[in-house]
Ligand binder design. Structure first.
Ligand SMILES: NC(=O)c1ccc[n+]([C@@H]2O[C@H](COP(=O)([O-])OP(=O)(O)OC[C@H]3O[C@@H](n4cnc5c(N)ncnc54)[C@H](O)[C@@H]3O)[C@@H](O)[C@H]2O)c1
Length: 247
């Protein structure tokens, strides 16, 4: 068990909630961020109800001032942040569809949440980690970062590739200060719903024969945060049940 502090963005439901719960079960005191205050509170209640420690930290990751003030607030409530999991990555309204049907506003939305949002959180939380000589940065990415897919996710996938690239550079800057920086590129998760028409074909492309669960991602996050995970940095690790089509 640990007594470290973790901030998980977009943790009001699904993948982010699973990560927050896994961290809390391992003893982390967790700041649960979400744009939606009610969702953040639900995750806090889930964790508190199981005896863990969590506080709600509602803010929009794309707003640098809101991020800076929330990080200071978390420091006051729980202590200095040791772990950041940048999970918020799908803006309300979802994907843009085919590129030729998209607008500049759609492009800004994907870059805003996946690149600028992640950078905002890191810019606020990293200085303390560097000063204390220990930290873990984990970016939740997607297989769409590294494989071309004709399913209407081109700018989303591009923004995931962008953040992975930035973090590889960042890992070199902060590695000497005891901070590791990695991305987890997820395959198809169980919150996509099982009623989509192509589900049978999608499942056939996943060697382990099932969609991902939030706890699968939580387990990978815990390993990267652990001391045995300390020699891993600057990497993108694919968590996808063995699928090779990037989803
Ligand atoms: N679900 C999948 O199949 C899948 C596959 C690959 C990668 N991913 C990645 O996993 C992560 C989580 O996906 P999910 O399916 O759980 O998403 P989700 O949409 O179910 O939940 C994300 C949460 O983020 C919050 N959020 C949205 N914009 C925000 C902002 N600006 N600031 C703070 N919070 C914000 C939402 O309110 C929501 O509660 C994302 O980074 C996504 O790209 C998901």
């Amino acid at each position: 068990m640990t007594s470290r502090v973790a901030l998980v963005t977009g943790a009001g439901r699904n993948v982010g909630q699973g990560i927050a719960v896994a961290l809390a079960e391992a003893g982390y005191r967790v700041a649960v961020n979400d744009l939606d205050d009610q969702r953040a509170k639900q995750t806090v209640e889930l964790i508190s109800g199981s005896g863990g420690t969590a506080v709600s930290a509602p803010f929009d990751v794309t707003d640098p001032e809101a991020v800076a003030s929330a990080v200071a607030q978390v420091h006051q409530e729980l202590g200095p942040i040791d772990v950041v999991v940048n999970n918020a990555g799908i803006a309300e309204g979802g994907m843009a569809g085919p590129f030729l049907d998209s607008t500049p506003s759609d492009w800004h939305t994907h870059i805003g949440i996946n690149m600028i949002g992640a950078a905002n959180v890191l810019h606020a939380a990293l200085p303390g980690m560097v000063e204390r000589g220990w930290g873990r940065i984990i970016q939740i990415s997607s297989g769409a970062s590294s494989v071309g897919l004709n399913i209407g996710v081109s700018f989303y996938g591009g923004s995931k590739a962008g953040i992975e690239g930035f973090l590889r550079h960042l890992s070199r800057e902060v590695g000497p200060s005891g901070v590791t920086v990695n991305s987890l590129a997820l395959g198809l998760m169980d919150n996509v719903g099982t009623d989509i028409p192509t589900m049978k074909e999608l499942l056939a492309g996943i060697p382990v024969g099932r969609l991902g669960k939030p706890s699968d991602v939580g387990g990978a996050v815990l390993w990267l945060c652990s001391e045995p995970g300390a020699w891993v940095t600057g990497q993108t690790i694919h968590i996808n049940g063995g699928s090779v089509n990037g989803r």
